[in-house]
Design a binder for this molecule. Structure first.
Ligand code: MSP
Length: 666
């Protein structure tokens, strides 16, 4: 029932992102993959391909079940909320996906149950006992040779524990040679090359074990149709979404017939193994065609460290988008990082690129070009006259850039593709400096001035096409200012002379204003922290980048206060008489303080540094006259004081000698 004759369409293109775990809100790292996929989709569309782009959410599994329980919610209600946030984020970013597949979608669930049954009926899946080291967060059993540092999980580095369960197994071992042959016959299958070597050396060289593909220790998953004690292991469930998003296994398989196999699966480096070993083996077992390429991109790190909520260094995309718009954000992601490698995010780098590449280079070119046509020719595009050598250099570079960008885009080398486009932008800006239109105007050299104005506008038109896959809004705005109408077509970036004499240009506002980096750093940091507070209730989660300046910075004059100002703050010694974890927030402790005769509750974001039980009996310093606030439902009356160094180490303040609680501090 699943198979039908496939239409061979030369110009179809199918690409996917992973389906994301809705265990928490997505951060800039997840956004990276989706923005890259969106860029590819737009690029391929411009080239005339019929593109289908799948993304979605991976909603089953023990981790989600546990998270939901912690939050006092049903797993479905828990994921529904986060999935809604994910969709809002993709809408904000104008991600042009065609299918958002949720692994809890009944059609997906039914197709997965059918796939499992089919594999079982074919003898590809069998029942056995599994005993081994199990990592709960990763939901993976690991063999002794895979464990690191004794018994730690090779994926997340956390402790594993011994677990035993009856499970269904997929005969992965029998696909080892077929997989090696697949890699050999299709050298492009795993990209970048280094990841292929990793797969061969780390996983295939010494043989493959069969893979446990069901779980009976939790029930938030798709039930094995012929043995309801078991749920389908999350990887078969998740990977098959690439098929079910196309309607595979449903009554309407039109998209499946049209688009499968995928042209490229974009995945982060840590899940390349699942996509290049387990996934092709499952497809072979199902007699389905294999994807053409799996690209394992690097991670976006924060100050060279993996982003994670527990480390308090998560960067969310929303504040960046809200403050600087989607194009600046997308441009930065695609330009700053080499797609195959890890890269370090910094707000400073983002703002610097905004100023240099977007405001200085692109923004400046747009405003100079349109302003000069307005000033020297009443906003009407003149026709070019005699072509000089300098003009020819510009024309050649402008018409050859698309070809160079193509070569790089086909390798998913977004960063260098953008660099090629920016070379043209910078060349065009230089052309203005070299030809000095203001001198031509002053000297009444109209013929030459006409040519220069035309060439500038034409080069900018080509730029507007080349940047379209990356920055659709900016592309549209430039085209509006140039007075060009109609659909954008990639091939038009290879032709010179497209703009018509007499076109009316329309000067618009500045597309990327220059920013004061110091001011913006503060705004960005505050906005990110606010969002974190909203999402977690924690007092302070991200480390401020400004604390670690790369170069010496001038010391800001400190605003002085008087003794009267200081006297407004009532500081008191308090004794911690009880302390417990906040019931609804990971980062917060709830302290009961005795301040003289008074007992009060204070909520503090110090759980990362202190265990609740270790604080009981300790004396701390409290700001006693702070306005009460509610933190995740618990009222906090006051704030306890702490010192924090540039590395984010934190220690609570106390007094040198023991003194009665309630004592005043002055
Ligand atoms: N649910 C699985 C994927 C199943 S696909 C059939 C999963 N989800 S995830 O939410 O943990 O990660 C999704 C993707 O986001 C992965 O490709 C992962 O590499 C990517 N990223 C998560 N953090 C990242 C960075 N900091 N930087 C870049 N990408 C990272 O794995």
């Amino acid at each position: 029932m699943f198979h039908k004759e496939r239409m061979i369409a030369l110009k179809n293109f199918y690409l996917t992102t992973p389906i994301y775990y809705p265990s928490d809100n997505l951060h800039i790292g997840h956004t990276y993959t989706t923005v890259a996929a969106d860029t590819i989709k737009r690029y391929k569309k411009l080239q005339g391909y019929d593109v289908f782009f799948t993304t979605g959410s991976d909603e089953h599994g023990q981790k989600i079940q546990e998270k939901a329980a912690q939050a006092g919610m049903s797993p479905q209600a828990y994921v529904d909320k986060i999935v809604a946030d994910i969709k809002v984020l993709w809408n904000m970013l104008e991600i042009d996906y065609d299918s958002f597949i949720r692994s809890t979608d009944p059609k997906h669930e039914k197709a997965i149950a059918d796939i499992f049954k089919k594999l079982y009926d074919k003898g590809e899946i069998y029942k056995d006992q599994y005993e081994g080291a199990y990592c709960t967060p990763c939901e993976s059993f690991w063999s002794d040779s895979q464990l690191v540092d004794g018994n730690k999980c090779p994926d997340c580095g956390r402790e594993t524990h011994l677990a035993k369960e009856e499970a269904y197994f997929f005969r992965l071992s029998k696909y080892r040679d077929k997989l090696l042959k697949l890699y050999e016959d299709n050298p492009e299958f795993i990209q970048p090359e280094s990841r292929k070597n990793e797969m061969i050396n780390n996983f295939l060289k010494d043989g493959l074990d069969d893979l446990s593909v069901s779980r009976s220790s939790f029930d938030w998953g798709i039930k094995v149709p012929f043995d309801e004690k078991h749920v389908v292991y999350v990887w078969i469930d998740a990977l098959s979404c690439y098929l079910t998003a196309l309607g595979y296994g449903t009554e309407d398989e039109t998209n499946f017939n049209k688009f499968w196999p995928a042209d490229v699966h974009l995945v982060g480096k840590e899940i390349v193994r699942f996509h290049t070993i387990i996934w092709p083996a499952i497809l072979m077992a199902l007699d389905l065609p294999l994807p053409k390429k799996v690209f394992g991109h690097g991670w976006i790190l924060f100050e060279d460290d993996k982003m994670s909520k527990s480390k308090g260094n998560v960067i969310y995309p929303e504040p960046i988008i809200e403050l600087y718009g989607i194009d600046a954000f997308k441009y930065f992601l695609m330009r700053e990082f080499s797609f195959g490698q890890d890269g370090s995010f910094s707000r400073e780098k983002f703002l610097q690129r905004l100023n240099s590449d977007l405001a200085n280079d692109l923004g400046n070119l747009v405003s100079r070009t349109v302003s000069m046509v307005e000033k020297y020719n009443g906003g009407i595009l003149p026709s070019p006259k005699a072509v000089e050598e300098l003009d020819q250099t510009l024309i050649t570079q402008a018409t050859e850039t698309a070809g160079k960008v193509e070569e790089l885009m086909d390798k998913l080398n977004f960063s260098n593709a953008l660099e090629e486009i920016w070379k043209l932008i910078r060349r065009t800006n230089k052309y203005v400096d070299e030809t000095m239109p203001w001198i031509l105007a002053r000297d009444g050299n109209t013929e030459r001035l006409d040519t220069v104005l035309y060439n500038l506008s034409e080069s900018l038109r080509i730029v507007s096409i080349l940047i379209q896959p990356f920055m659709v809004r900016t592309s549209d705005e430039i085209r509006k200012q140039l007075g060009v109408e109609g659909a954008v077509n990639w091939e038009d970036a290879k032709t010179w002379g497209f703009l018509k004499e007499g076109t009316k240009l329309q000067k618009g506002g500045i597309i990327f204003p220059r920013l004061d980096i110091k001011v913006e750093l503060e705004r960005l940091n505050t906005a990110n922290n606010k969002l974190i507070e909203k999402r977690t209730g924690a007092r302070k989660e991200t480390k401020s980048e400004e604390k670690k300046p790369e170069a010496p910075v001038e010391v800001e004059p400190v605003e002085e206060i008087t003794i009267d100002d200081f006297a407004k703050v009532q500081l008191k010694v308090a004794k911690v008489i009880a302390c417990e974890d906040h019931p609804k927030a990971d980062k917060l402790l709830v302290l009961t303080l005795k301040v003289g005769e008074e007992i009060r509750t204070v909520v503090s974001g110090i759980k990362q540094w202190y265990k609740a039980e270790d604080l009981v009996g300790k004396k701390v310093i409290v700001v006693a006259n702070l306005k009460p606030v509610k933190l995740r439902g618990v009222e906090s009356r006051g704030m306890i004081m702490a010192a924090e160094d540039a590395d984010g180490n934190l220690t609570l303040l106390s007094t040198l000698e023991d003194i009665a609680d309630g004592s005043s501090i002055s």
